[in-house]
Each structure stands twice: as C-alpha cells, then as structure tokens.
Ligand binder design. Structure first.
Ligand SMILES: [Zn+2]
Ligand SMILES: [Zn+2]
Length: 137
C-alpha cells in the first residue's frame, strides 16, 4: 500500500518539504553534537530512504554546515529563520521530528548516546506540566 506523503517546513514558512512516512527508525539522540546543533537537550530524528523525501519550496534557502575534517553534512537549516531541516544524502534522509507539520505515525524507539547526555537533565517528562507559559517570576 502506497502511503500518502506528510508535510513539514521551517518556522518562517519559506522552506517546505514532503516525505513518505516510511520511517525505519525514530530516535532521541543525546550526543553532544545534537545538543549543539539543536540548542536543546536532545534531537528527535526520524530516518528514511532518500527517495521518500522531496523539497517542495525554498530549497535554495536551505543552508548546510559541512564538517571540514570529514566532509559530512552535520547540520541543515533555513537560511532565514534558522530552523533545523532534514539532512538528505544518498545514504538516507534524517528528518527532525519537530520540523514536521503532520504526525509521523510512529513513536520514538530509543534514547541513543545516553552516556553523553547533558549534566542538566531531568527529562521534560519528569518536570511539572503547565498548559501554556509559566507565570512571570
Ligand atoms: Zn525559515
Ligand atoms: Zn546525536
């Protein structure tokens, strides 16, 4: 059965993409590299084959950071608003789950690189939940 693509994009809306939700993995990554590029406690990445992915708007505005030593693409983001975007190579596509507009139809399976986690955890699941912003101090 062919799956309908789901959509995603950046905060300012200039970059849009679609992806067939045929994901083979969904991981929370706690490595130091993901902490730097996301600016937060962990990455939430979905993995799929390259042919399942397609840019539909703003591809010219997708900026990439390529690590000089390895030549590997280490970050992909909107050149205007800085939102994280998928990293797409012939080896596969890594989709930041937060960049999706639609439900990926899959739950995270693992926390990887747990031994590299930030010292300032706890996880959000362990903190009190407020419906909106916290009251001013
Ligand atoms: Zn943007
Ligand atoms: Zn990582």
């Amino acid at each position: 059965m062919a799956m309908n693509p789901i959509r995603g994009g950046c905060l300012c809306g200039c970059v849009k993409f679609e992806v067939k939700p045929e994901f083979f993995a969904f991981k929370y990554c706690f490595c130091s590299r993901c902490r730097k590029r996301s600016g937060t406690v962990h990455a939430a990445n979905l993995f799929t084959r390259e042919e399942n992915f397609r840019w539909i708007a703003g591809q010219d505005n997708v900026a990439q950071y390529t690590e000089p030593e390895t030549g590997k693409i280490r970050n992909s983001f909107c050149g205007t608003c800085g939102s994280r975007l998928p990293r797409v190579t012939p080896r596969g596509a890594v989709i930041p789950a937060g960049s999706l507009d639609d439900d990926p139809g899959m739950q995270p399976q693992h926390c990887i690189y747990w031994d590299s986690r930030a010292t300032w955890l706890p996880l959000p699941t362990d903190l009190p939940k407020l419906p909106e912003a916290a009251p001013a101090p």
